[in-house]
Design a protein. Structure first.
Length: 263
């Protein structure tokens, strides 16, 4: 595939994915579409993307809009743009992870919210740092709702939660975050979650997190980052959680679509 133009990105069907009625700029919608494909490995590492004019024709936008989408891909470290050589994918996609069903995940999150207690440490509507701003596709200085919470079970803290949420709704406030599960609160203010992406890793606790979780600084923690998207595919919530491994375990049950031995 190296050096070959990916013709699947020139399909006229892609134009139907754009939503001009949304406040999200068209260039960022195109960027999201291309980013999702590159991260999934299609187009693969080394593949050449269509030109600015080619993408503009495919999506029915101006060349400037197409150029900005490609520039965003380059800024994200997914492609490399060289004058006279075009735009090539430099991201190497990892094997597709095993994924659990969204409905089961949301049910488990609801149960977790009902059976544990949350203490709000910080809450405010503030301008996010650059990485968070870029993930949400918002302008510099545009505020998001930021909350820092500690979740406990039977008085023992087990999770440190930091969230950024795309909402200015008055009911999304400190009191409701302390007394209502966020999923219920999302439903109440009209946020409909349709896709969730999660990443698990391991980190060491800094002094502040260690204090909130009753641990020694430097202790190992399970880190989970959850991206929640609405029906339009827009990121509406970014949640970073640090769990005490002695108080929390992550379990997943998968149902196979095919009988064992069918493969």
């Amino acid at each position: 595939m190296t050096g070959q133009i990916v013709h699947s990105l020139q399909s006229p069907d892609l134009r139907q994915l754009l939503r001009p009625d949304l406040p999200l700029p068209l260039y960022h919608q195109i960027f999201n579409i291309l980013r999702e494909r590159v991260l999934a490995g299609d187009p693969p590492h080394g593949a050449q993307l269509p030109t600015e004019f080619g993408l503009a024709e495919t999506f029915g936008v101006s060349r400037i809009t197409a150029k900005r989408a490609l520039d965003e891909l380059a800024n994200a470290g997914l492609v490399e743009r060289q004058r006279g050589r075009g735009t090539h994918v430099i991201h190497r996609a990892s094997p597709k992870p095993v994924r659990g069903p969204l409905i089961g995940l949301l049910e488990n999150l609801h149960i977790l919210g009902e059976e544990t207690q949350a203490t709000v440490v910080e809450f405010g509507r503030v301008a996010p740092p650059p990485r968070v701003r870029e993930l949400f596709g918002i302008e510099p200085g545009e505020p998001l709702a930021r909350a820092v919470r500690v979740r406990s079970r039977a008085g023992t803290p087990f999770g440190h939660y930091t969230s950024w949420t795309l909402t200015g709704h008055g009911e999304f406030n400190e009191h409701n975050l302390a007394t209502t599960s966020r999923l219920k609160l999302f439903e109440r203010i009209g946020i409909r979650i349709r896709q969730v992406q999660q990443t698990l890793s391991a980190v060491n606790a800094d002094a502040v997190v260690a204090m909130h979780l009753g641990m020694d600084p430097g202790s190992a923690l399970l880190a989970l980052e959850r991206h929640s998207f609405d029906e339009s595919g827009r990121l509406v919530d970014l949640l970073s959680i640090l769990y005490r491994p002695d108080q929390f375990s992550y379990q997943m049950t998968l149902d196979l679509d095919e009988p064992s031995g069918a493969r």
